[in-house]
Design a protein around this ligand. Sequence first.
Ligand code: KIV
Ligand code: NA
Length: 264
Amino acid sequence: MKTTLNTLLKMKQDGQKIAMLTCYDASFASLLDEAGVDIFLIGDSLGNVIQGHTSTLPVTMDDMIYHTAAVARGTSKALVLADLPFASYQASHTQAYENAAKLMAAGAEMVKIEGGAVMVETVDFLVQRGIPVCAHIGLQPQSVHLYGGYKVQGKTETEADILKRDALALQAAGASMVLMEMVPATVAKAITESLTVPTIGIGAGVDVDGQVLVLYDMLGVYPGKKARFVKNFMSGSVHSIQGAVEAYVKAVKGLTFPAEEHSF
Ligand code: KIV
Ligand code: NA
């Protein structure tokens, strides 16, 4: 059965964890579908892992459309979520709508945008016009040069309070899901408990409604430095990609990933 927003909401209500992975092409989409991954994210992380850039900033709308269409063609069950890339939505809500519509036409079923309170109006504009939105808060890789590196966000009490307020405001604006990247586990837990929509974490501890990793990180094929929150599932007794992805899904559903060592 096709995974929809209603499925995800019900999973949160039933305390069933959501397993999400990034996916960039049709063959992996079909393999990940078989392995029971609930959501495929066509992440702008493709700028790093596919294109070899050092950030996500060079990724274009055309790149995102190309990969979203490929993933959509290979998917039968999972929900297809696509990132709006750098400079494709920040200028205005009209710009966001025009570009989100292109991803939806390419086969996305939800779009993801980075930003807290500043994106509330944009989320409302998109949702009112029929486009589901996942909000991405905490570390926002498109703002890496503002932070001066990939750093944990929400560490002080003030920062944590802003994160909580942002999450509630984004939900009130109509966001269907809130993704938190590199946020202290206690903060992510409190936010998850305060929201009715599902939360997805990456480096946000185990007490969120679901997890996401970059596919090439969890398969151990990305040559770059491994972040603390990454686990290579292609190890131990696992000898196939299918097996690694199945192990990831099982670990997320069974709360054995992430462990303390992957959290902040
Ligand atoms: O682009 C991406 O892969 C992402 C995840 C890391 C959340 O946005
Ligand atoms: Na992204």
